[in-house]
Unconditional design. Structure first.
Length: 134
């Protein structure tokens, strides 16, 4: 099984990876699934990490534990279709979240996130939500 990782997943794994009790719900929800990190999730996380002084070498090591997903035509087509449907209904979400959702919908893979409300209105998307503990 695979799960598409929202940026919140990477943030929480980076911040609380050594504090397993804080991310126990994330660990439970992810289970044995492989975490797939789309290009947009990687870009969002890396941008913030580099701003905070984390090095590219540290990021490369961190990303080695994930399946990285490049932008492809299937994702681009799905993004455009989702945006058109949602914009037509007056509900087009913030574009990074829609790109993450398009990666998931195009592959039939759920999104793992701490911010389920960002994804709730996206048609055809399965969302696995988790919470931080304590």
């Amino acid at each position: 099984m695979e799960l598409i990782a929202d940026t919140t997943v990477l943030i929480d794994l980076w911040r609380f990876g050594s504090k397993r009790n804080r991310i126990s719900d994330l660990i439970e929800k992810a289970g044995e699934a492989s975490l797939v990190v789309p290009w947009i999730t990687q870009a969002e996380f890396s941008r913030g990490a580099l701003f905070k002084g984390i090095t590219l070498i540290e990021l490369e090591s961190f990303y080695s534990g994930f399946l990285l997903l490049a932008l492809d035509q299937k994702t681009m087509d799905c993004y455009c279709e989702l945006w058109g449907v949602m914009a037509g209904n007056g509900k087009a979400p913030d574009y990074p979240d829609l790109w993450i959702a398009a990666c998931a919908v195009a592959r039939g893979i759920p999104v793992l996130t701490r911010n389920a409300k960002h994804f709730n209105q996206i048609p055809g998307l399965d969302v696995v939500a988790y919470e931080l503990k304590g």
